[in-house]
Design a protein around this ligand. Structure first.
Ligand SMILES: Nc1ncnc2c1ncn2[C@@H]1O[C@H](COP(=O)(O)OP(=O)(O)OP(=O)(O)O)[C@@H](O)[C@H]1O
Ligand SMILES: [Mg+2]
Length: 386
């Protein structure tokens, strides 16, 4: 971590430097006696945290502060400033300065602010979206419907970026569950162009249902499907994790080399079944295959779809047979689900209060609360620390 202290008072800067090094000797802490202007123009400056000591501009100088904040090359700024006016604090907040400490700062509060900043760098640099696979135990389980609609709910409910990859390579039609537009690009285009794959290429390959939700459609014919290789999936998902908060995979039912590569990257697997014997038999077979591939039980979640109370087979029967608990039941809601699927309109838009919609919202909330690292402290909270 490279920290630079810019101060009109060399003696004070030396004390600050000592405190920062005592707290963590691995830090590199430099002192600059020059003014702010000199730093602004130094394009080679690779400072991570810039501590600006004793600079408290008056309201008429705020423009200068804004220009400076835009032009400096540090990743983060900490201001030490006595009695900043409310106007100055507001201005600082608007231009993204999160830490303002009194000039007569203590070693504890200075180091706490620097550690908070270092922590926020650490969480920024390891952004990693969650990969969630949906496997249908049998045709017609509802895996595509649930995956595509959960994606929509996640994107609507939160500000997260969500993408879905349709891995039903032969006959995928996931995009049409939530959109009435035909996709112009597919997974095969991504595979063929994998060498020039980057965030904007990936973004433009998706069929966007919402600005923060896109579907990467399955190839449109068998020949093109054959162009998709496991290595492409690995590259695609590695990039997707960096760019998206949730990557949903509609796996289909065949476990081939491509889908195994995708599954290998999954943090969670939702196994979609219904409450009757053929589904339960297939669920058991899939759980056994997953277990043989070293998937821990904690990675697998059972979703019993089209659930209706009072059937011949109870949830307890399912749990006993499969040796694991059911994560959630999704009610049968024929009319609204049928109109959603037939019109290509997400069920949330068809009916915000349908029990299926509410269930998807609960799953989304559950994922959100577990997937999110604790948010870094807000600006006001950080001010309250001193
Ligand atoms: N909770 C539900 N209530 C009522 N109908 C549902 C529900 N979930 C799914 N369906 C219906 O089941 C049909 C099949 O769903 P879907 O296509 O998602 O299954 P799948 O598991 O992806 O099957 P495949 O293996 O063919 O890809 C849908 O057309 C939808 O109308
Ligand atoms: Mg499907």
């Amino acid at each position: 971590m490279k920290i630079k202290i810019v101060s009109p008072d060399h003696a004070h800067a030396t004390i600050l430097q000592k405190w920062l090094l005592d707290d963590n000797p691995a830090r590199q802490v430099l002192i600059s006696d020059g003014g702010l202007d000199a730093l602004t123009h130094d394009k080679n400056d690779n400072t991570d945290i810039l501590i600006v000591d004793g600079y408290c501009p008056e309201e008429q100088e705020f423009d200068g502060l804004e220009r400076y904040a835009a032009a400096h090359h540090a990743r983060s700024l900490i201001f030490l400033c006595n009695d900043p006016s409310a106007g100055l604090l507001l201005k600082m907040m608007q231009i993204g300065i999160r830490e303002v400490l009194p000039r007569l700062v203590t070693s504890e509060s200075l180091n706490a602010a620097v550690r908070r900043t270092e922590q926020s760098f650490a969480t920024q640099s390891v952004h990693s979206g969650k990969v969630i696979a949906f496997i249908a135990c049998k045709g017609g389980s509802g895996a595509t419907f649930l995956a595509t609609n959960l994606g929509y709910v996640l994107a609507q409910q939160q500000t997260d970026k969500v993408m879905l990859v349709d891995l039903n390579l032969q006959i995928g039609d996931a995009a049409l569950y939530v959109s009435d537009h035909l996709p112009s690009n597919t997974l095969a285009d991504v595979a063929v162009n994998i060498a020039r794959m980057d965030a904007s290429f990936l973004h433009s390959s998706l069929l966007h249902v919402l600005p923060n939700y896109g579907v990467l459609a399955a190839p449109d014919d068998v020949e093109r499907a054959a162009q998709v290789k496991p290595a492409h999936i690995e590259t695609l998902l590695t990039l997707a994790r960096k760019e998206y908060d949730y990557i949903l995979l509609d796996m289909g039912r065949t476990l081939d080399a491509v889908s195994l590569m995708a599954l290998d990257q999954a943090d969670l697997v939702f196994l979609v079944l219904q409450e009757n014997l053929p589904f339960i038999r297939d669920a058991r077979r899939i759980i056994e295959s997953l277990r043989a591939l070293d998937y821990g039980r904690d990675k697998i979640r059972l979703l019993v779809n089209r659930y209706e109370k009072g059937g011949d087979i109870t949830i307890e029967d399912v749990e006993r047979t499969l040796g694991m608990s059911v994560y959630r039941t999704i009610p049968n809601s024929y009319r609204n689900v049928a109109s959603s699927v037939n019109l290509g309109v997400p069920i949330l838009k068809v009916s915000a209060h349908d029990p299926v919609t509410e269930c998807l919202q609960a799953i989304a909330a559950d994922l959100g609360s577990k997937a999110k690292p604790p948010r870094s402290e807000g600006w006001l909270a950080s001010l309250l620390h001193h």
